[in-house]
Each structure stands twice: as structure tokens, then as C-alpha cells.
Design a protein around this ligand. Structure first.
Ligand SMILES: Nc1nc2c(ncn2[C@@H]2O[C@H](COP(=O)(O)OP(=O)(O)OP(=O)(O)O)[C@@H](O)[C@H]2O)c(=O)[nH]1
Ligand SMILES: [Mg+2]
Length: 220
């Protein structure tokens, strides 16, 4: 079998499993969000700041993917919510089967919110549905405002762009207006929040976006 049919088969099997996961999340009222970015844009830090702001009894859990190490799960576990590492051992993205296995032993009826932190990569994760309600792409201002044009698939498929590290704007030549325009050129309806996980600026907008998604789930 040549490469293209094999890839199609893998993706259609993934879509089938992702559909089952989406149905399980829907049945149990779990909002599942899939965070994607290049390595180091700040996914784990954004999740740390988010978990830090939640009440202790929040029904939230995190699955976090990396090629090697359980560093991120250890960082995220400090807030006392369930956090589990998925180590892909080489694969540059998470897939639906990994999520299914990652959830083993967790009761979805005990959760309202599940964050998935994908492997740091702007390309491969765009092709793999994980059953999430929405993909979120994180882009840091150190990466260049052209990224939505160079990696359009992930910007097209994500409901929200989190522009992170805005505290670095005085030190890096990043054109914020151009970045927004590039993102909207690829995805005109995309929502955009500008945050700094270091100074905390803009995190209220991120929290409001999250709250709106949760309200949207409740009325669906
Ligand atoms: N200045 C600044 N640094 C930040 C901000 N957010 C994250 N960082 C730093 O950026 C680096 C990478 O952050 P991570 O949260 O580990 O990034 P990540 O996207 O989870 O990385 P991978 O999991 O390896 O893909 C760390 O040194 C963070 O402290 C921010 O808003 N401003
Ligand atoms: Mg991380």
C-alpha cells in the first residue's frame, strides 16, 4: 500500500474514534479543549495560570502530550487536579486512541472540563481530531506574525487564537496588528485574545472565553 491510502486509512480510523470520544464528552457534559502550538509558546504555562485560578473543587483534568518526559504533567499536577502525561515516544501529535487510553480510570461524570495539551507542533496536530469541542492555537510574540499564513491549517481549524507573551513586545519586532490580520485572513471568524502568562495581562479575556464555552455547553 502506498503512503497516501495508508495515511487516509489512519486518519479515517482516528476520525471514527474521535467521534466516539466526542459523543462520550457530550453525554457527560464535559467540555474538551485541545491546545496546540509550536514548542515553547506557553501552553503549559497558560494551563498553570488557569488551574491556579480555579476553585479547589473545580471538576477539571488535563492530559498533556510530549514526545519525551513527564515534565508538563508534573508541573500541572501541583494544583491538585488530575493531570496525566501521554508520552508519544516519537510521534509529533496526539491521536484519539492516545486520548482514549489516557482517560482510562477517570470517570467522565466527575468532570466538567478536560484540557488536552498537544505535542508542541503547529503542523501534525492539525490533522488529528481528538473529539474536542474546540481547538485553541497558542502563538507567542517571539515566533513572528507570519505564522498564520505559513501554517494555515491549524489557524483555520482553531476557534481561538491565544497570542501569548505580550510582555515581550517591547523587546521583539512583532507586529500585533499584522498578526491579527494574518490570522483573520486565514480564519475570518477567529476569536483572538492577547495575554501574558507572566504579567497576567489579558488572562481575564481568556477566562471569559472559557466561561462562554462552558455556558454554550450548558444550553446545547
Ligand atoms: N516572557 C514570557 N514567557 C513566557 C510566557 N508564557 C510562557 N513563558 C515561558 O516560555 C517557556 C515555555 O513555556 P511552556 O509553557 O513550557 O511552553 P509549552 O508550549 O508548554 O512548550 P512545549 O510543551 O515544550 O511545547 C517557559 O520558559 C515559560 O516560562 C509569557 O507570557 N511571557
Ligand atoms: Mg508544555
Amino acid at each position: 500500500m502506498n503512503r497516501v491510502p495508508l495515511e487516509k486509512k489512519v486518519l479515517s480510523e482516528n476520525d471514527r474514534l474521535a467521534g466516539e470520544l466526542r459523543e462520550r464528552f457530550r453525554e457527560h457534559g464535559v467540555l474538551c479543549l485541545n491546545l496546540i502550538s509550536s514548542p515553547g509558546a506557553g501552553k503549559t504555562t497558560l494551563l498553570e495560570r488557569t488551574l491556579e485560578g480555579f476553585p479547589k473543587d473545580a471538576r477539571v483534568a488535563v492530559l498533556t502530550g510530549d514526545i519525551q518526559t513527564d515534565n508538563d504533567a508534573r508541573r500541572l499536577a501541583r494544583w491538585g487536579f488530575p493531570a496525566r502525561q501521554i508520552t508519544t515516544g516519537g510521534a509529533c501529535h496526539l491521536d484519539a486512541r492516545m486520548i482514549e487510553r489516557g482517560l482510562e480510570g477517570w470517570r467522565l461524570e466527575d468532570l466538567d472540563l478536560l484540557f488536552i495539551e498537544n505535542v508542541g507542533n503547529l503542523v501534525c496536530p492539525a490533522s488529528y481530531d481528538l473529539g474536542e469541542a474546540a481547538k485553541i492555537v497558542v502563538l507567542s510574540v517571539a515566533e513572528g506574525e507570519d505564522k498564520p499564513l505559513k501554517y494555515p491549517s491549524i489557524f483555520f481549524k482553531s476557534a481561538l487564537l491565544v497570542l501569548n507573551k505580550v510582555d515581550l513586545l517591547p523587546y521583539v519586532p512583532f507586529d500585533l496588528a499584522q498578526a491579527r490580520e494574518n490570522a483573520r485572513r486565514v480564519h475570518p471568524e477567529m476569536e483572538i485574545v492577547e495575554v501574558s502568562c507572566v504579567s497576567g495581562s489579558g488572562l481575564d479575556q481568556w477566562q471569559s472565553w472559557l466561561a462562554r464555552q462552558r455556558e454554550g455547553m450548558a444550553v446545547a
